[in-house]
Design a protein around this ligand. Sequence first.
Ligand code: E4P
Length: 259
Amino acid sequence: TVVVADTGDLDAVRRLKPQDCTTNPTLLLKAVENPAYAAIVEEALAWGRSQGGSREGAVAAICDRLAVAFGAELARLVPGRVSTEVDADLSFDTAATVEKARAIVGAYKERGIGRERILIKIASTWEGIRAAEILQKEGIDCNLTLLFSQVQAQACAEAGVFLISPFVGRILDWHVKNGGGPYTGETDPGVLSVRRIYESYKAQGIPTVVMGASFRNIGEIEALAGCDRLTISPALLDELAKAEGELPRRLSPDGVARI
Ligand code: E4P
């Protein structure tokens, strides 16, 4: 299983050596607040000030610029792909999602990062899946996120999506909130959902990559070892390494972290 770092923290990526990175607005906000990365933030703010226009428009444009600025730095640290998310408020608008995805690809290109190094992260709504279908046909690979069911997974596969991110933790959160549990890694409803999707894909020979996401504990990660990729926070990767003594070796047999 290839390890993917779910973070915008450049230092953590240098240390953990994942193949790929995934980001989302919450993770980028954390990175932006880190004084170590002030220069990246300053550049985006200065650019925003030079653009003029409405305050609202400037804030949105600066957020987009920061996502690509951090993404480009991450892309220089890993051999694989960096996922950059299209704003959640476009999740039910196919045309706007396609347009934003093309803009993200263009912004990466300006920074010398080709489309083969990135994945456009899109919510697995009906409209998002339709947008991904269009983008995949243009040669823009997509990562379909916020995926909680086999129905969504099947629709993504039929749309020719490059990679899906079925969630674990948010399914667990829902069950716990509604009185379920306690669960182990093996009985965790989020783990079982990802496993069902993975097995169904493999049984059908579907080439779309399955990357488990949204982890709450290392039991879930251990239970899903064997999945194509898992995207994991630096905190959980560190915990995993502590729990399994030999992990530094197991994690880096060829310079790329694996489980
Ligand atoms: C993955 O790509 C997601 O951004 C991430 O794993 C979501 O995790 P959360 O449920 O902790 O927000």
